[in-house]
Design a protein around this ligand. Structure first.
Ligand code: FES
Length: 144
C-alpha cells in the first residue's frame, strides 16, 4: 500500500516567510515536496475564507506563516492575523474541522532551516490525520 501524500497549501507573507523559504532552497536544505506556496503581501491580508476554499479545493492541510511579532513590514498585520486565527479556531471547531490541519507560525527571512522543519512536521502531522474528507461541510456552507 502506498503512503498517503498530503496536499499542503502554505499562505506566507512576502517579506519574511517567503524569503525564508527561498533561503531554504538556496541553502539546498531538502524538505517535503507536498507543499504549494501562495505568497501574500502580509499575513494581515489573509481572509480565512481563503483557507476554507483551499480545503474545499483539495488541500489536506494548511500552513499560515509570516513575520515574527514586531517584525511585520506593515507594523501590525501579523497581530491582526493572530487575533483572527483565535476566532477562526472556534469556527473550525464549530464546523467539526480538526484545527490540527492548520499550522500557524512565524518564519523570518533568515530561518530557512526552520521553514524546512515547519513543512516536514506539518506533512507528518497531516499524514497521521489522513486525507481531508469533510468537503460536504464546506459545500453545505456554500464554499467551493
Ligand atoms: Fe510579514 Fe506582515 S509583512 S506578516
Amino acid at each position: 500500500m502506498s503512503e498517503f501524500e498530503p496536499k499542503i497549501v502554505a499562505f506566507v507573507c512576502n517579506w519574511c516567510t517567503y524569503a525564508g523559504a527561498d533561503l531554504t532552497g538556496t541553502s539546498r536544505i531538502k524538505y517535503s515536496p507536498y507543499v504549494r506556496i501562495i505568497r501574500l503581501p502580509c499575513t494581515g491580508r489573509i481572509d480565512f475564507m481563503l483557507l476554507l476554499k483551499a480545503f474545499a479545493q483539495g488541500a489536506d492541510g494548511i500552513i499560515v506563516s509570516g513575520c515574527h511579532p514586531n517584525d511585520c513590514h506593515y507594523t501590525s498585520g501579523n497581530f491582526h492575523a493572530r487575533r483572527r486565527w483565535i476566532v477562526f479556531r472556534s469556527l473550525l471547531d464549530f464546523m467539526g474541522i480538526d484545527v490540527r490541519r492548520i499550522h500557524f507560525t512565524w518564519v523570518s527571512a533568515a530561518e530557512g532551516a526552520k521553514w524546512a522543519d515547519v513543512v516536514n512536521s506539518t506533512v507528518e502531522n497531516i499524514r497521521e490525520l489522513g486525507p481531508f474528507q469533510q468537503y460536504h461541510l464546506l459545500q453545505g456552507a456554500g464554499i467551493a
